[in-house]
Design a binder for this molecule. Structure first.
Ligand code: SF4
Length: 451
């Protein structure tokens, strides 16, 4: 899992009403407008846009590579992942992934452009073998070199790492290593279906430190099934002891299509004891307080970074400022010049398209000027502060005027403060920012299912 909109995140928009309990249906806002408005008829626009040469003032370019394999499906996971693929299947998938990048790089829109940032997401990128990883990277770099990329981020599941795999990850140029630890109680990890145990975290950390990655990020989830105050305090303290440069905390959700959600919605209407939002926010706030006392600072609603360290997260910040992004891989999302598009979401459809030398496009959406403004504003609000001047200069819109009633309402609820220089979320606002963002949506998108 990553801190941002992983390029493969499906969700559902909810409004602020009726959100005390953790109910099925995700609240995490990763993109706008909702995916349910993207259509297959929009795919023709993709071909048109990608066939045009890039203008001089094009934004930076990113490359997302989706590795959809995991050892085991976590019970809260809603990503497109496969837990039953053998080495030959993986090779076939990686060949298609590399082919996809080759097809993109041959298009006028990307001619001569190299990515400023690269993101290996999943699934579990660290699941694949060193041999597979190196072959993939050699082939992708031969088409679209990332020698000048400022950031190469890579997600890992601790139990899939060995010293030699970490060395290979370092060798391919990874600067930001993200470890999906989620919790340090083995009982909680097991209950939630995680493949790793805490011992594996302690085994890999010395290797990670020795290799000297620019930035090591650790992911935690507040409110996994079975969590208590004592277990959470223990996890937070032991995470602090690991001394990461960056900590990302999510609040547990129950999106559609997870093992837990299916159990709740299924015939047995099973009760899954997920803490309510208030308690998850208290746990999240406790972690923020513990880390800030220890010398970290808040860098977004989800992330804390060591003061004075290399806390920059280019992938997140670029996407939230509408960089172009090639999202390669099954079900991946791309964004180019205000056009959103998503790949085929199933194994066969994705592979068949690429094995016939076609881009595996599934659905797309052309945004309006207004939608692009809203998208950037709501995503950047997750950083905790936005500057009206930025939106005035980029979009020619005074957001305090355009969204004045929403800002006033949220200010009255003590979720934010604002003046002409800055809109700043309060601690309470930041802890529940995803619940607040639909207030800014165009009315036709509110309460829409995102997927
Ligand atoms: S490690 Fe778990 S949460 Fe992450 S992608 Fe795999 S199954 Fe999903």
């Amino acid at each position: 899992m990553s801190e941002v909109d992983k390029a493969v995140t499906p969700e559902t928009a909810t409004t602020k009403k009726d959100w005390k309990q953790t109910k099925v249906g995700s609240v995490f806002v990763s993109n706008y407008p909702p995916y349910s408005f993207w259509t297959d008829s929009g795919v023709k626009d993709v071909e048109k846009v990608l066939g045009q040469p890039v203008s001089e003032n094009a934004p930076s370019l990113g490359l997302y590579l989706h590795i959809p394999f995991c050892r085991k499906r976590c019970k809260f996971c809603y990503f497109r992942v496969y837990t039953d693929r053998n080495a030959a299947d993986i090779q076939r998938y990686l060949d298609a992934l590399a082919r996809e990048v080759e097809l993109y790089s041959a298009l006028p829109r990307f001619a001569g452009r190299t990515p400023s940032f690269v993101y290996f997401g999943g699934g579990t990128p660290s699941y694949i073998s060193v041999k597979h990883l190196k072959a993939l990277v050699d082939r992708v770099k031969a088409t679209m070199t990332w020698e000048n990329a400022e950031e190469v981020a890579f997600e890992c599941e601790p139990g899939t790492l060995t010293q030699s795999k970490l060395e290979a990850i370092k060798e391919i140029g990874v600067t930001r290593l993200s470890l999906g630890i989620e919790n340090l109680s083995d009982e909680i990890l097991r209950e939630n279906g995680r493949a790793h145990v805490s011992k594996e975290v302690y085994q890999v950390m010395p290797w990670v430190k020795d290799l000297g990655f620019n930035q090591v990020n650790v992911d935690l989830i507040s409110g996994m099934v079975g969590e208590t105050w004592d277990s959470w305090k223990d996890t937070v303290q032991r995470t602090l002891d690991l001394d990461p440069e960056s900590l990302t905390i999510y609040q547990m959700e129950l999106p559609f299509n997870t093992v837990y959600s299916k159990a709740i919605l299924g015939e047995g209407s099973e009760e899954i004891p997920v803490a309510d939002w208030e308690l998850k926010r208290e746990w999240h706030a406790f972690a923020i307080d513990t880390f800030t006392k220890a010398g970290y600072e808040v860098s977004s609603a989800y992330t804390l970074v060591k003061k004075g360290g290399s806390g920059k997260f280019l992938y997140r910040d670029s996407l939230w400022r509408s960089s172009d992004l090639i999202g390669a891989g099954v079900a991946s999302f791309s964004h180019v010049n205000g056009l959103h598009f998503q790949n085929q979401t199933h194994w066969d459809g994705y592979l068949d398209a690429l094995e016939s030398d076609n881009l595996p496009l599934n659905r797309a959406f052309v945004t309006t000027h207004e939608e692009r403004l809203t998208r950037e504003m709501i995503l950047q609000l997750k950083l905790g502060r936005i500057k009206p001047k930025y939106f005035q200069e980029k979009f020619g819109t005074d957001i305090l005027d355009r969204y004045g009633s929403v800002f006033s309402q949220l200010s009255a609820e003590e979720m934010l403060t604002f003046d002409e220089r800055e809109v700043q979320l309060t601690r309470q606002g930041l802890l529940q920012v995803d619940h607040l963002l639909p207030e800014f949506y165009d009315s036709k998108y509110r309460n829409a299912r995102y997927t």
